[in-house]
Design a protein around this ligand. Structure first.
Ligand code: MSP
Length: 636
């Protein structure tokens, strides 16, 4: 049986996961689940990177022993991964004994092979990247990835790794293995870097207690990146369980972010060559998920907690959004508005509605029991074509194309229902056989779509498969056997609650959530959330007068207001319909955020936001004044 060993980057634990780090884990999980669906024995490893100075600092700030802090963070990370249905087989922490044994073994080997020597390092160090920086890497004296921090100038006795020696072998490896680093743009970037020459790198930090001691110079800690990369070998027994190591090494695929492909495709392979170990087959450098067009960053306070997003519609819609809406390998963006829009289009109106319609028609016309009465119609060919496109895309890690191929089948199935109009056919009892065949085809198309989408939306697809009468448990389904069109068999169709009720509206309190909290719920130090007076003054709060108010059709919460802001008249959509009748509002003085970018709510462009007190679980109450206030007055 073939095997597949898959890893993600291991995360720093100085704060909780954000949507960007979660994106990596979700896409890797889709790959792992796809491989399992293909019947491949898969070993999927994730973990935490704990020997970073920032982790140490965070623990000390919180008055905790660093290891106890990391233990607590492990629980927080695991809880998020569980919520997102990440199916890792093993979770490694760099403070574990098995990891320490692997690091010491590899470093010793490299030292014995003459690739580690002592010297002095003097230069810049960015603690957030945990990386030595050259002058040319800095912009205005700062690390471009962490512009709020000043890099440290360090001067210390270090041990160096002879990276320069591996430039030739690395170039040869890249040439002989074009798939070693994907996508191609990252490969080209790395090739240019290699062609430009490599310098030896510092691989120890003097006098640091938080880390793994160099076996041949225990006063020095192994540099955190050298330490962290070895997790991939440690997790499969390097230095502790040689049989396990022989079984799984080399890794088939490392999934990492684009910012750390250099560590994985230059330093890591050189370390492996130095230790006489095989190189991983492939490294895939995915892109960034931004949040409302901004880079997600814990230090800039622009990160989004994946738990908050998963709470909105459940984990599967989030997984689908990240996989389908972002071309894998490129950058993507998340906004609450777009998220709700895609949810409505793909899930509520499309796939979810299809499943409900089938169940309703099958019950009404055929007593919920379907079997073929003749040959399958054209949907069978569409399903086969989608299957082929899906498989090719997934094998090539074009996850977004794989998901899109399934939705072509879903669209075609909806069109097929519209064209065949079973409700019209059913009026004539002579068409009973035809109706049954049409519904059978629809059920079969949904079954195929759900098998193919299992890696992306595991829970929902298992439920769909149950509803269309698939008897094999989801974990036993196999792509080739079960993902193809089956023209035979009887199907019991089950009804159920709507899988994805339509998201009525995006209410105004669903604005981007502030900075992801650091360790421990509610324990973020206050200063992390504080903004400067300059930042506050950017928000233009103004008095406005309501000129007109009306309900927004099909919305329980929204009202459409026309307001006078003193300088213009504009439309604002406000989530206050449960507390106010439109006629109560006309003539009323309110406070608005006047300089918000326009946003569409239920198809209406809203230009600003109305301020209201929003008690937990209660109704909103508009902000008002003791005295008369002219529209346009500034509120501060
Ligand atoms: N600890 C190192 C990795 C060591 S691997 C031997 C690290 N940790 S991290 O917590 O900063 O990042 C973990 C992963 O998340 C990295 O692959 C990183 O590229 C990825 N991402 C961080 N922010 C991201 C986005 N905004 N979007 C997508 N991926 C992002 O680096």
């Amino acid at each position: 049986m073939s095997r597949f060993f898959l890893t993600t980057a291991i995360d720093y634990v100085n704060s909780r996961p954000h949507l960007g780090t979660a994106y990596e884990k979700i896409t890797a999980d889709v790959i792992a689940r796809y491989k399992r669906l293909c019947g491949i024995e898969t070993h999927f490893v994730m973990g935490n990177d704990e020997h970073s100075q920032n982790v140490y600092k965070r623990a000390i700030e919180r008055g905790m022993d660093p290891l106890a802090y990391c233990d607590q963070m492990e629980q927080e990370f695991r809880a998020v991964w569980k919520q997102l249905d990440i199916s890792f087989d093993d979770f490694i922490r760099t403070t574990e004994p098995r990891h320490r044994a692997a690091v010491q073994k590899l470093v010793q080997r490299s030292f014995d092979n003459g690739d580690i020597y002592d010297g002095h390092y003097e230069g810049w160090y960015c603690v957030s990247c945990e990386a030595f920086k050259q002058e040319k890497d800095l912009v205005d004296g700062r690390c471009p990835l962490h512009p709020t921090l000043t890099p440290e100038w360090i001067r210390e006795k270090n041990y160096f790794f002879k990276l320069s020696k591996y430039r030739g072998p690395l170039l040869a490896h890249f040439a002989a293995n074009p798939a070693f680093l994907q996508p191609d743009n990252r490969r080209n970037e790395m090739l240019r870097l290699l062609e430009g020459g490599l310098e030896d790198i510092s691989v120890s930090r003097a006098g640091q207690l938080w880390g793994i001691p160099l076996p041949f110079a225990p006063d020095n800690a192994v540099y955190v990146w050298f330490d962290a990369l070895i997790n991939y070998a440690a997790a499969v027994g390097y230095g502790t369980d040689e049989a396990l190591f022989a079984r799984w090494w080399p890794a088939d695929l490392h999934i990492v972010g684009k910012d750390i492909t250099r560590f994985h495709t230059v330093i890591w392979p050189a370390m492996l060559m130095s230790a006489g170990l095989e190189l991983p087959t492939q490294v895939f450098g995915h892109g960034w998920v931004n949040f409302g067009g901004q880079r997600m960053s814990k230090s800039l306070g622009t990160s989004l907690d994946p738990s908050d997003v998963a709470q909105r519609f459940g984990p599967d819609p989030l997984r689908l959004y990240l996989v389908k809406e972002i071309s894998y390998g490129g950058d993507g963006d998340f906004t609450w508005e777009r998220y709700a829009e895609r949810y409505n289009v793909d899930l509520a109106n499309n796939l979810g509605n299809l499943v409900s319609r089938l169940a309703a028609m099958a019950e009404k016309y055929r007593g919920s029991r379907l079997q073929p009465t003749g040959p399958s119609g054209r949907l069978a060919q569409v399903a086969e074509a989608s299957f082929a496109r899906y498989r090719a895309a997934m094998d090539a890690l074009a996850l977004h194309e794989g998901a899109a191929a399934v939705f072509q089948l879903v669209d075609a199935t909806n069109e097929f229902i519209a064209e065949t109009a079973p409700w019209t056919l059913a009026k004539d009892p002579a068409n009973a056989g035809r109706v049954e065949q049409v519904l059978f085809d629809v059920a079969e198309a949904i079954r195929v779509a759900a098998v193919l989408l299992l890696p992306v939306m595991p829970k929902s697809c298992a439920e769909i498969l149950h509803r269309v009468g698939e008897r094999t448990p989801a974990s036993d389904l196999r792509l080739e056997r079960d993902g193809r069109w089956r023209a035979e068999g009887q199907r019991e169709i089950a009804k159920g609650a709507p899988l994805w009720p339509r998201a009525e509206e995006i209410v105004e309190d669903e604005k981007p959530i502030a900075a992801t909290q650091a360790a421990g719920a509610g324990t973020t130090p206050v200063e992390d959330n504080r903004i400067s007076i300059d930042e506050f003054m950017k928000v233009e709060l103004r008095v406005a007068k309501v000129l007109e108010a009306e309900a927004v059709p099909k919305s329980k919460k929204l009202l459409k207001l026309k307001v006078d802001t003193g300088t213009d008249q504009r439309t604002i959509v406000a989530g206050i319909a449960e507390a106010y009748q439109p006629e109560q509002l006309v003539g009323r003085t309110i406070v608005i955020v006047a300089n918000l970018k326009p946003a569409k709510l239920m198809g209406i462009e809203s230009n600003g936001m109305v301020l209201a007190g929003s008690p937990e679980g209660g109704l909103p109450t508009l902000v008002g004044f003791d005295a008369e206030m002219a529209p346009g007055s500034r509120v501060r």
